[in-house]
Design a binder for this molecule. Structure first.
Ligand SMILES: NC(=O)c1ccc[n+]([C@@H]2O[C@H](COP(=O)([O-])OP(=O)(O)OC[C@H]3O[C@@H](n4cnc5c(N)ncnc54)[C@H](OP(=O)(O)O)[C@@H]3O)[C@@H](O)[C@H]2O)c1
Length: 300
């Protein structure tokens, strides 16, 4: 399908880090976009809860979209451990609810999964490696991924890594957590070097999403920036980009240091490679250091 001014796209869970970039990109195609969330962070969002099948069905069917994108999730791993039912209902049943609606309308369905579904037994995972989710968040996302792949014929399941995007107002993850400490006047940052992952810039991810949708090559894809890293390497790069090397010291710690605050199990490595996207000529993801340099501008 070619996205243009005659396309209509419904995006659920569009108020977060990734929603920002996906909304901008979809609007840029000329498509008419209806975006919803339970957290109304923008004036262009309407309220809709993916846990509520009946209301979602009514809202989506009334809009008559040609494409359905589901970005809704609870992404705080500790919240998910403590609120298992909510995590299952949002991340797993939400995926199922919207998948059923996409099937009824016979339209393509985009679901976002996570590198966190892997167990860390190896250093790098391709699209075909066997998941082994450790945390409740990862288990609920993996359920969503499996449901969609097995039951929604026109599916795009895109796996992201360590998300970077949304800027100071929306970024709930590592970059903004560091930035908030810096803003509060921290002279040193404690950062782990025993967790490996692949930063994933939302702007590139949204660009890639459009390209993949337009290819009509349905399926499951890893989609992360190129280059692998530890949390420590990302922090070093960010401090360098912000010109704060002489002002802020980075202390290397191991994950035990944060065991109380970050008690959800996390794999030692969740690094992904975009094997399928590369082979199909659909990989537009840039190196994470180039992306971080661009993203750091929103924190200056
Ligand atoms: N963030 C990451 O590091 C990461 C990594 C890999 C994959 N992903 C996946 O990428 C997708 C987008 O996540 P993101 O990074 O943009 O996270 P995000 O910033 O938390 O955005 C998700 C949005 O969904 C909303 N939401 C939560 N429950 C909902 C419900 N029941 N109905 C409708 N909306 C609901 C959230 O609202 P609240 O703000 O109220 O929670 C939030 O606005 C998700 O599928 C996520 O699992 C994220």
């Amino acid at each position: 399908m070619k996205l243009n001014s005659s396309s209509k796209v419904y995006i659920a869970g569009c108020g977060g880090m990734l929603g920002d970039a996906v909304y901008t990109n979809l609007v840029a195609t000329g498509a008419t976009v209806l975006a919803s969330d339970i957290n109304l962070t923008e004036p262009w969002l309407v309220y809709a809860d993916v846990r509520d099948y009946q209301k979602m069905h009514k809202a989506i069917v009334a809009f008559k979209p040609h494409l359905l994108i589901n970005l809704a999730a609870l992404t705080d791993l500790e919240y998910c451990e403590l609120n298992a039912d909510d995590a299952w209902l949002t991340n797993a049943l939400g995926a199922e609810n919207l998948g059923l609606i996409a099937n009824q309308l016979d339209i393509p369905y985009v679901y976002i999964s996570t590198a966190g579904i892997f167990g860390g037994e190896k250093e790098t995972y391709n699209d075909f490696d066997m998941p082994n989710p450790l945390a409740l968040y990862a288990k609920s996302k993996y359920y969503g991924e499996r449901y969609v792949c097995a039951n929604v014929p026109k599916h795009f399941v895109l796996r992201a890594g360590w998300m970077m995007g949304g800027g100071p107002a929306k970024d709930k993850k590592f970059i903004n957590k560091l930035f908030k400490q810096i803003q509060a006047g921290a002279k040193s940052l404690n950062v782990v070097d025993d967790k490996l992952g692949t930063p994933t810039y939302t702007v590139d991810f949204a660009n890639g999403m459009v390209k993949i949708i337009e290819s009509e090559l349905y399926g499951l894809y890893n989609q992360v920036c190129s280059g692998t890293s530890s949390r420590y390497e990302v922090a070093v790069e960010l401090i360098k980009l912000l010109g704060l090397e002489s002002a802020i010291k980075i202390n290397i710690v191991d994950s035990d240091f944060f065991a109380k605050d970050y008690f959800a199990p996390r794999p030692a490595s969740e690094q992904l490679v975009n094997l399928k996207l590369n082979q199909r000529g659909l990989n537009i993801m840039r190196d994470w250091k180039i992306c971080l340099a661009e993203y750091a501008n929103s924190f200056r």
